[in-house]
Ligand binder design. Structure first.
Ligand SMILES: Cc1cc2nc3c(=O)[nH]c(=O)nc-3n(C[C@H](O)[C@H](O)[C@H](O)COP(=O)(O)OP(=O)(O)OC[C@H]3O[C@@H](n4cnc5c(N)ncnc54)[C@H](O)[C@@H]3O)c2cc1C
Length: 454
């Protein structure tokens, strides 16, 4: 008899695990209450990048003279943009759903909850459906935006990240609260669509977790575009009076705009999951801790994605899902590489685009570790000049004795694509010479990677 895997939550973690396990021969049931593809498709990765792409297109048009074209003026059509985002989401959901159905995955539309160590129930439109005698269970219910008590979210003037794709009208002046990855992407998104933006930065640097040189490159560009940075301030209240939204900060300063948007982190979707019925432990924050094979404290119950409290990235969630499918099906061996979260590449889709992977120069320095750091600006690249995007740089961090690539950052156009080369090197223990000796395309931005590895 086929192994029975039951999954609650159909985001990148859940649907990847479902597809992969089905391919390996499991009998899979997937319970999803909203959209197959998850928050990643509906509210996070896809709509945010679609809005950023439209802002990017407006940027190209406004810079047309630079490219030898007669200037034209583009006007934003919010309804058309909303439609475009909906079409992309529907297309992606349809593709994922059809794939799972073709693989024989049983899809249950509704909220799922554990009822015991081997059973769960899905509350569907037709009533409760019991899933019993599952050999393995995956919990992949993701997370949702954190909304503090002091934020009167209304979807009109005061927005969560989920209400911004796009809001009913383009904010004349948006106050963004939170200067991590999500916050700065929204700043970039709305300022490139034409809104004036103020960003409340709780520390002295945007992207506080990032290499200071990388964060400085972004700050410089934001300031150049007229974004106002309110540094060292924590928001603690929001007042709405007619068309005016005022964000009160703990140091007495007030940021005023037409709209406010909160991007201050997320909370795991674990409270209605019935964890106690199956004896699954969660931590104080509600996350479900996992071991290196993504198992919870109950060995046949796995957790993945944002719920697991590891790196909150869609790419990480998918990879966990894949690993879980293999583990459940016994397709893992002692020589299999463990999932190393420190080697996950990530990108921030701002201008300049920012991407990094592995060890950062600042972290090596803080740990007192000797590293070799090489940096080459894009201004040296013919391709960057041709494309009229010569700002930014590539930085590669390597071991001075062995030449093994330990990490790197790319700041500039297509950074999210270019960093893949460094990610492959970091994951596979390649040396800088392996990059230098590769025959790359000319003219291409990748040539800067090879130069930085020199
Ligand atoms: C604005 C924003 C932009 C982002 N952009 C990127 C990006 O560009 N790249 C990237 O890698 N990451 C990005 N992320 C992070 C990424 O979206 C998450 O890390 C990813 O979605 C996590 O995947 P997941 O499978 O854990 O959960 P999710 O995608 O959150 O999916 C969980 C699913 O579980 C369902 N669910 C919850 N409870 C139940 C229940 N009881 N029963 C049934 N179903 C349930 C939900 O409806 C949801 O569909 C972004 C995040 C945000 C907030």
């Amino acid at each position: 008899m086929a192994l029975r895997l039951a999954i609650i939550g159909g985001g990148p973690a859940g649907n990847t695990a479902a597809s992969h396990a089905a391919r390996l021969g499991a009998e899979v049931t997937l319970v999803e209450q909203h959209v197959i593809g998850g928050a990643a498709h509906l509210w996070d990765c896809i709509p945010s990048k679609a809005m950023i792409a439209t802002g990017g297109a407006m940027g190209v048009i406004t810079r047309s003279e630079e490219m030898g074209l007669t200037p034209v003026k583009a006007a934003l059509d919010l309804d058309a943009l909303r439609q475009r985002i909906g079409d992309i989401e529907a297309r992606l959901e349809g593709d994922t759903r059809r794939l799972l159905e073709s693989q024989g995955v049983r899809l249950l539309a509704g909220a799922g909850r554990l009822t015991g160590p081997h059973s769960l129930v899905a509350e569907t439109a037709d009533g409760e459906v019991e899933v019993e005698e599952a050999d393995a269970i995956l919990l992949s219910t993701g997370s949702r935006p954190r909304i503090p008590d002091w934020a009167p979210i209304d979807g009109e003037r005061v927005l969560s990240t989920r209400q911004a794709y796009p809001p009913p009208r383009l904010p004349e002046h948006l106050v963004v609260i939170g200067s991590g990855v999500t916050g700065v992407e929204f700043v970039h998104m709305f300022s490139s669509l034409g809104s004036q933006v103020t960003l409340i930065v709780s520390r002295q640097q945007v992207l506080p977790q990032k290499d200071p040189e990388v964060a400085a490159a972004l700050e410089e560009e934001l300031l150049r575009r007229g974004v106002r940075l309110l540094k060292g301030a924590r928001a603690e209240g929001i007042d709405v009076a007619g068309d005016v939204v005022s964000v009160r900060c703990d140091d007495g300063r007030v940021a005023t705009g037409s709209h406010a948007l909160l991007a201050i982190g997320s909370l795991p979707n674990s409270e209605s999951l019935g964890l106690e019925a199956a004896g699954v432990a969660s931590d104080d924050g509600g996350y479900v801790p996992i071991d290196e094979s993504c198992r919870t404290n109950v060995p046949h119950i796995y957790a993945a994605g944002d719920l697991s409290g590891k790196l909150p990235l869609s790419s990480v969630a998918s990879m966990q899902g894949r690993r879980i499918a293999e583990h459940v099906m016994g397709h893992h061996g002692r020589n299999d590489r463990e999932l190393d979260y420190d080697k996950a590449a990530s990108a921030i889709f701002t201008v300049p685009e920012i991407a990094d992977v592995g060890l950062a120069e600042a972290d090596a320095f803080a740990a007192g570790r000797k590293v070799r750091v090489t940096k080459v600006p894009f201004s040296a690249s013919p391709k960057a000049l041709i494309e009229s995007h010569s700002k930014g740089f590539v930085k590669i961090v390597s071991d001075p004795n062995t030449g093994v690539v330990l990490g790197g950052s790319v700041v500039g156009r297509h950074a999210g694509e270019l960093v893949s080369v460094i990610a492959v090197a970091v994951t596979n223990g390649l040396r800088v010479a392996d990059i230098v000796e590769s025959l790359l395309v000319h003219p291409s931005l990748s040539e800067v990677l090879a130069e930085a590895a020199e």
